[in-house]
Each structure stands twice: as structure tokens, then as C-alpha cells.
Design a protein. Structure first.
Length: 136
């Protein structure tokens, strides 16, 4: 999927390429977005449900208001993916490798900032940094 245009004289674009696991959901995605000076590009790895996607149920869910009820129905339809890893350029111009546990909680983040400063953060199950290592 690709699109692009000028918005208020600034470039905007979206590029997205993904791998679909059979009749299931995306497991590997390569994406790029730009909105003026905000730009992000990266590779995402996702877990997929063990069941096939119930596409008719998903089509009905599009009309439902977002919230916990809809989220549960999306999971029941086999359409929920769980992010596991991201490698790419973040909006703040840093390079990031973020890894998540099976529940989708970020547990490890390796980052090199635009200023060249490197860090490794270990996060607990609540998303709080429990240990951080920085370059000298």
C-alpha cells in the first residue's frame, strides 16, 4: 500500500509492505510514513493468533465503536496481532530496536539517539525502566 501528496506544501507519504501468514494476519511488516518533518520507517514483527481469521466477523466489527467489547470481539475473530519487535527510525530521529513479551509489553529497548548517544533499557511488566545502560 502506497500513497503520497503535498499537505500545506510539505510532503506526506505512506508506504507499507506486509507478509500475511496464510489466512491469518500480518506477521512481518515494513513501513514508512512521513508528515512534513515527522518521519518514521521500520520493520515490525508480530505474533498472530493460532486460529484462522473469521473475516465475516471482522467485517461486521468495523461498524462497532472502539473499546473493550470490540477489542474482545477482534481477539475472538482471530484478527488481533501482538507486536513483538520493531527495528527502525523513530519520530525523534533515533534508531530503535524494541522487543516485547508474548503479551505485547515492551521489555527491552536499544536506542541510538540522533545525537549519537546509545542506551539499553530493560523494562518491567508495567513498562517502567528497571535497569538502563548508557554509553560512556
Amino acid at each position: 500500500m502506497f500513497s503520497g501528496a503535498l499537505k500545506d506544501g510539505k510532503p506526506t507519504n505512506l508506504g507499507h509492505c506486509r507478509s500475511i501468514a496464510g489466512d491469518r494476519t500480518k506477521t512481518l511488516a515494513l513501513g514508512s510514513t512521513e508528515d512534513g518533518k515527522d518521519r518514521q520507517v521500520g520493520l515490525a514483527i508480530n505474533d498472530r493468533p493460532d486460529q484462522p481469521v473469521d473475516f465475516p466477523a471482522v467485517a461486521r466489527l468495523v461498524q462497532e465503536p472502539s473499546g473493550a467489547t470490540r477489542d474482545a470481539a477482534v481477539r475472538a475473530a482471530g484478527a488481533a496481532v501482538m507486536p513483538r519487535a520493531f527495528l527502525g527510525r523513530a519520530l525523534d530521529k533515533s534508531s530503535v530496536l524494541a522487543m516485547r513479551d508474548a503479551a505485547g509489553r515492551k521489555r527491552l529497548e536499544v536506542r541510538v539517539g540522533a545525537d549519537g548517544k546509545a542506551s539499553i533499557d530493560f523494562l518491567d511488566a508495567d513498562g517502567r525502566v528497571s535497569r538502563s545502560i548508557t554509553g560512556s
